[in-house]
Design a binder for this molecule. Structure first.
Ligand SMILES: Nc1ncnc2c1ncn2[C@@H]1O[C@H](COP(=O)(O)OP(=O)(O)O)[C@@H](O)[C@H]1O
Ligand code: SF4
Ligand SMILES: [Mg+2]
Length: 405
């Protein structure tokens, strides 16, 4: 099958400028060489700790950002450097759902005008008129079509996210990039929204890139999962392989942090791998394997040689010199599969296909406050629907960089 989206060597380096002359003194290597494909009808989950480049990746593939390097192909067309007019037809096909349902909806606009904005911007007249179509969309996402004239503040967080979803679906997109769509919501609401996205995918034949900061949320909805660390994909595998046989130590560590669904078993045997230290700065990522400063298996090789992302099992790509669960896998010569004993072994999470009910709610840890940065990003992205988007984005980036972050 031809991929819907194909990404090769994708990079985004935000320049850091200092001084009066605004000379570039360095760069935030937010995304630093990604290779992956997204196939029609599938959900690719993308996980990793905060700051590892997930949102930047999402904004690159929706072309809210311009890549520094690499290639993005959508349905076989290179869209890496398309300008505003070149992107216009594509804006219909590729949509984004943002993390922050408060910041991403303009408080001064009614729900009706928010959801109908894509039609206006694209000059599309839906069959039966805009109002009727917007009401249909509101119904589709489980909102009352009568609430057309209400304002965002009259809705709860979960309802606002439904409004954002309705807006994203207005133009019948092919690819929807959902950037932590439930992270800012109450745990009790998260499952409803995830299930809604899941149902809509089936109904409308959508393809998703679903970004989350932990594995519990994407687990139920993803066909394949990419694990990111410091701007790179460290492991990419189908869901079953990833959960049953994680091969990258970082995946294993993330996995061990996923709470056990059954409350009676919570705490029993669920020993965790605690990652030491913080994520290093993407301005100067560690040499060799970027994870070596926190990896309990790191050897001298890891400190000097960057492990490439290789397919070690069918459908499972891993970037590690000493992968876990490597029995029977094709581990290339340079990679001695040394099994280093971990004092605390994580419990293998059970795999059962989730019952569609409230499971994610139970397994998801309380939501931390939305990262202010992501929030700001979402805000600027909401405006990004206007053509001025790319520009204000660039300005925001410039601003940020000059502040020396
Ligand atoms: N516009 C920007 N200018 C400079 N640095 C940025 C910008 N956007 C994101 N970053 C940096 O890039 C890194 C990755 O950020 P982000 O993609 O938001 O990660 P995630 O979504 O995984 O939390 C972070 O270090 C962040 O500070
Ligand atoms: S390459 Fe080395 S440091 Fe990196 S994850 Fe594998 S074992 Fe750990
Ligand atoms: Mg983010």
């Amino acid at each position: 099958m031809e991929p819907l989206l194909k990404v090769t060597g994708l990079q985004k380096h935000f320049p850091i400028r200092k001084g009066l002359l605004q000379r570039q003194t360095g760069a935030v290597k937010a995304v630093d060489g990604l290779d992956f494909e997204v196939y029609p009808g599938e959900t690719l989950g993308v996980v990793g700790e905060s700051g590892c480049g997930k949102s930047t990746m999402g904004r690159l593939i929706t072309r809210l950002l311009e890549p520094t390097g690499g290639k993005i192909e959508f349905q076989g067309t290179d869209i890496s450097h398309l300008g505003v007019s070149g992107m216009r037809p594509l804006r219909r096909d590729v949509q984004m759902i943002f993390q922050d349902p408060y910041g991403s909806l303009n408080p001064r606009h009614t729900v009706g005008s928010i959801v109908s904005a894509p039609f206006t911007l694209q000059g599309v007249e839906p069959e039966g008129g805009v109002k009727k179509e917007v009401q249909r969309l509101l119904g589709l996402v489980g909102l009352n079509p009568e609430h057309y004239n209400r304002y965002p503040h009259e809705f709860s967080g979960g309802q606002r996210q439904r409004i954002g979803i309705a807006r994203a679906l207005a133009l019948k997109p092919k690819l929807v990039v959902a950037d932590e769509p439930v992270s800012a919501l109450d745990v009790s609401i998260q499952a409803q929204v995830v299930n809604l996205l899941d149902d809509l995918q089936e109904e409308l034949g959508l393809t998703y890139v679903f970004i989350a900061h932990d594995l519990s949320v994407v687990r139920h909805v993803s066909d394949r999962i990419a694990v990111m660390y410091l701007g790179k994909i460290v492991e990419l595998a189908d869901r079953k392989s990833l959960y049953e046989n994680p091969m990258h130590p970082y995946t294993r560590a993330l996995m061990s942090a996923v709470p056990v669904p059954d409350p009676r078993r919570r705490g029993v045997k669920s020993e965790r791998i605690l990652l030491k230290g913080d994520v290093p700065s993407p301005i100067a990522p560690p040499a060799g394997c970027r994870f070596h400063t926190r990896c309990w298996k790191a050897t001298d090789l890891c400190k000097t040689q960057e492990p490439p992302l290789l397919e070690l099992r069918p459908g499972q790509r891993v970037a590690c010199h000493h992968p876990e669960n490597a029995e029977g896998a094709t581990v290339p010569g340079a990679r001695e599969s040394v099994e280093v004993k971990i004092t605390k072994a994580p419990e293998a999470p059970e795999e059962p296909k989730p019952t569609k009910a409230a499971e994610p709610a139970e397994t998801t840890e309380p939501v931390k406050a939305a990262e202010p940065e992501a929030e700001a990003a979402a805000k600027s992205e909401a405006e990004a629907e206007t053509e001025a988007a790319a520009k204000s984005e660039a300005e925001a980036a410039a601003e940020k960089n000059s502040s020396g972050e």
